[in-house]
Design a protein around this ligand. Structure first.
Ligand SMILES: [Zn+2]
Ligand SMILES: [Zn+2]
Length: 184
């Protein structure tokens, strides 16, 4: 996801190049778990200040189901629109480099005229990753009594989950009649 934009920077404002991406992004962030390549189109356009990167990209992130804690895949789409600024002047091209103290490193074209989308994409993925995920809309979740995954039929408990307010009473009763608990 690194692009050499030396030629584009020498071109006129409005000049653009389009790229089709299909990038492996497994190593982008240790806490993000993409299970398919990042795919889509990115357009790099020369602006008066630098290069505007726009594009629509999608991938599939593996998240943890909120109810049953099993891994589940969620397709996410992100839209890019970021302007990158050069750090140095290009020969014969009147670009004012951004002062060092105002630079955003993620949006900086380096001294080799390379524009790197990785950090911008990493941040965007965090923004579009859903806070909550379900492996399926009717996920039955874990049994609050035994912790078994009810999607797999692991749970042998009968009847509805106990109201937590009754938990104290249940503990008390369980102590009184331990032998009865199994047959419940
Ligand atoms: Zn689930
Ligand atoms: Zn259970």
């Amino acid at each position: 996801m690194r692009f050499n934009v030396a030629q584009l920077l020498k071109g006129p404002t409005g000049a653009e190049r389009r790229y089709h991406l299909s990038e492996e992004i497994r190593n982008l962030d240790p806490d993000l778990h993409p299970v398919s390549p990042l795919e889509g189109t990115v357009t790099l356009m020369r602006t008066s200040q630098g290069i505007l990167a726009t594009g629509k990209l999608r991938t599939v992130l593996q998240l943890e189901c909120d109810r049953c804690l099993e891994p589940c895949d969620v397709e996410v789409e992100l839209e890019l629109e970021e302007e990158f600024r050069p750090t140095i002047l290009i020969n014969d091209v009147p670009i004012d480099p951004t002062p060092e103290d105002e630079r955003d490193d993620a949006l900086t074209i380096d001294e080799h005229h390379e524009l790197d989308l990785r950090e911008v994409i990493r941040q965007s993925l965090w923004l579009v990753a859903p806070m909550e995920a379900l492996c399926r809309v009717d996920c039955a979740g874990l049994c609050p009594q035994c912790g078994g995954n009810r999607n797999l039929g692991e749970c042998q408990c009968v009847g509805p989950a106990l109201d937590p307010r009754w938990a104290v009473l249940q503990t008390f009763l369980a102590g009184e009649s331990e032998s009865d608990e199994r047959s419940e």
